[in-house]
Design a protein around this ligand. Structure first.
Ligand SMILES: [Zn+2]
Ligand SMILES: [Zn+2]
Length: 382
């Protein structure tokens, strides 16, 4: 999106205390103006429409609106496991569900209604799940909660009040398509469009279902527990077939895509299957060598700092990295980068010792076989 952080109140042009009806009205009005089927002269119409639809999705949901009011867009994005909606599919589908095609076809074609009606697959849903690095390593079960279009529980999708018949649409005579003649600078143009009464189905319920207003579908909140496999990477997506929005007219449901985000760890950085950490070692310790503790995923581990360890040297602890995705038992390594810290703010006694040590240095103490390039690579971590 061009401007993902615009204030949704500003986008819809409503005051901050606007009630539900005002918000809905403002969105309807904007949507009519910006809908790509209507507004073909403004190249930005689709972007603006998406922005309006996203603003509406925030303000129309009491919980989401409250989160936005308190924490802004950041709050919506970082709400733990709460989902962030993205992808045009979800928005336009929710939009269709709210407004149907009941406004003279102005909204009908957004999802690409092609005239001939048949079972249409439901759209995909994208949600985010945020987990810790430890959860990514061990695998985790994540509870997701998100809005989805469901088949209406009362009419089971056919839009008719239970026990009432479905009859042939009178407006289009059951073909589902209307012929429209429009005048253009090039003369009269015949255009086919889906019937605005039956929305291309050719049949209409004689009495619409009261729960869904005859749409056959309704927006519901769904909760789902998703297993995240051990070793998953940041940004990887898990696809759950058939867990997306319900299909239309008996069509199959879409898919659910769970995009996994891994929170940064305080002490460990992931590099593929390896983990990297930095160990501060005082210069005298690096001179003498020592057994020290370095952070790992399962608590601290012992690392052997050899006598004479140089700044930037890497100690590899085998098998203490991330598990390899779908390869049980295999793990990467923990790479401990030694940061030799030169002591500062010495007291008098320490200073005396340091002077004594410095004075005792011989060329042999600082002699090295390392090449210039080798030294640079070590110091730059390359
Ligand atoms: Zn219904
Ligand atoms: Zn019709």
């Amino acid at each position: 999106m061009a401007t993902p952080t615009r204030d949704p109140y500003e986008v819809l042009g409503v005051p901050r205390d606007a009630d539900e009806a005002t918000i809905k009205k403002a969105f309807r009005k904007l949507a009519r103006e910006l809908h790509p089927d209507v507004n073909s002269h403004d190249p930005d119409a689709e972007e603006k429409f998406k922005e309006a639809a996203e603003a509406y999705e925030i303000l129309n949901d009491a919980e989401r609106r409250a989160t936005y009011d308190r924490y802004g867009h950041d709050g919506l994005r970082s709400g733990g496991f709460s989902p962030n909606f993205e992808g045009f599919g979800s928005i336009s589908d929710l939009f269709d569900a709210f407004f149907g095609g009941g406004s003279g076809g102005a909204f009908g074609g957004f999802g690409g209604m092609g005239g001939a009606a048949g079972p249409a697959q439901g759209r995909d849903i994208a949600v985010h799940a945020e987990i810790t690095l430890a959860e990514a390593a061990a695998g985790a079960s994540v509870d997701l909660s998100f809005e989805a279009i469901e088949t209406c529980a009362v009419c089971h999708g056919n839009g008719a009040k239970p026990g009432t018949p479905i009859v042939t649409c009178e407006r289009c005579g059951g073909v589902g398509v209307l012929q429209a003649v429009t005048r253009s600078p090039f003369g009269q143009v015949m255009r086919q469009m889906p019937c605005d009464v039956c929305h291309g189905e050719g049949k209409v319920p004689s009495e619409p279902c009261e729960r869904c207003d005859g749409r056959g579908r309704e927006v519901g909140r769904r909760t789902l527990r998703v297993d995240v496999p051990a070793g998953i990477g940041d940004g990887q997506r898990i696809r759950l077939t058939g867990r997306g929005h319900a299909g239309e007219r008996g069509g199959p449901p879409g898919d659910l895509y769970v995009s996994v985000q891994i929170e940064p760890h305080e002490k460990l950085i992931r590099d593929g299957d390896d983990l990297v950490t930095v160990l501060d070692v005082s210069a005298p310790r690096a001179v003498l060598g020592a057994t020290m503790r370095a952070p790992s995923l399962d608590g601290d581990v012992d690392v052997q700092v050899a006598a004479g360890t140089q700044p930037g040297e890497v100690i590899v602890v085998r098998g203490e990295g991330m598990p390899r995705l779908r390869r049980p038992g295999r793990r990467g390594d923990l790479r401990v980068v030694v940061n030799v810290v030169v002591p500062r703010r010495l007291n008098r006694e320490q200073r005396k010792l340091a002077e004594k040590l410095a004075d005792s240095m011989t060329p042999e103490n600082v002699r090295t076989e390392e090449s210039l390039v080798g030294k640079l690579k070590r110091l730059l971590g390359a």
